[in-house]
Design a protein around this ligand. Sequence first.
Ligand SMILES: *Cc1c(COP(=O)(O)O)cnc(C)c1O
Length: 398
Amino acid sequence: MTTDFAATRAQFHLPEGVIYLDGNSLGPMPLTAAARVARTITAEWGEMLIRGWNSAKWMEMPSRVGNRIATLIGAEAGHVVMGDTLSIKVYQALASCVQMNPGRRVILSDTGNFPSDLYMAQGLCGTLGQGYALKTVAPEDVLAAIDETVAVVMITEVDYRTGRRHDMAALSARAHQAGALIIWDLAHSAGAFPVGVAAGGADFAVGCSYKYLNSGPGGPAFIYVAPRHADKVQPALSGWLGHEAPFAFDPAYRPAPGIERMRVGTPPVLQLAALEAALDVWDAVDLDDLRAASLALTDRFIAGVEAACPTLNLVTPRDHAKRGSQVSFRHPEGYAIMQALIAEGVIGDFRAPDILRFGFTPLYIGAKEVDGAVAILSRIMATGAWDRPEFNVRAKVT
Ligand SMILES: *Cc1c(COP(=O)(O)O)cnc(C)c1O
């Protein structure tokens, strides 16, 4: 391994006494992000005022940062742009795909997909009418369900609950063979392991930056459009910053060339500044090293928990090829167990109805943290310390 994970770890602020196993949901703060945002606020917003759009190059941030994400997801340069939230980017990709594949009415996804992706598809079908429908099948049945009725397959590569990973190349190839397009949601892939959207045949890919990429709460999403489609897509969310000439203020919409047309409105400059700083950490990371380290951590956690906690049932695949960078266990009292863990400084999260979820992020988590988390979880399970009324009070965000 050539990546120095002690050096990457030193670039994050991690609170004292916390073992953070939730970077798959909200990455921790890179030290340079705080300084960079402060500078953007005071030196750019404060001093430049509206001149910052030109002088500080705020307007170019979505594609400048998008290009750095492109290297992390195996995309061609100039084909990724930042903006909005992931839900919005899912909607944009879906709307484009159904328009590019007229005559077909089915959006195919799986029951393990994140609800917002499914909700966006349902909303789009409602708006379109004309028989458009979302069809969901079990994750293991997706390949067989792709047929000539399917306009677009929408798949989240790694299941947010189980950590199960789909085979991008195989599903993309099957979709294309059947004349369907395919959208890959990389929410739990980007920054979790090497991704190859170009090699994997993705037509569109979307993902968020606040999970493994550490841009902070509310950080913008990214969207990739394969070069073969980039100048053909008709944006459904045809905002002014996706226009060919926004400052011509022409009343008629004309899409900008290529990926720029997937922009909608004013970019979130402060969040992009945080993301731009967060991406510096990645410059020194070899993604193959990251994957090897991640698998070692997830294997170690699985072995430790299974040895000490017989009532927790593993739901994450043991097969490395089918695993993302998280480990999940099932237990009927999963919520209370997770609250007890958090009270002891081990932060993971709970996903209804019964899943305890732990994310493993080699940039700042090592074997010592894994062993510490296993020891605390083992003690909580052995003593029943989770069985207290306060651990059953449900918070709004779990
Ligand atoms: C985290 C996540 C989202 C969240 O979408 P936002 O619009 O950023 O809130 C959507 N889809 C998937 C698959 C996710 O994992």
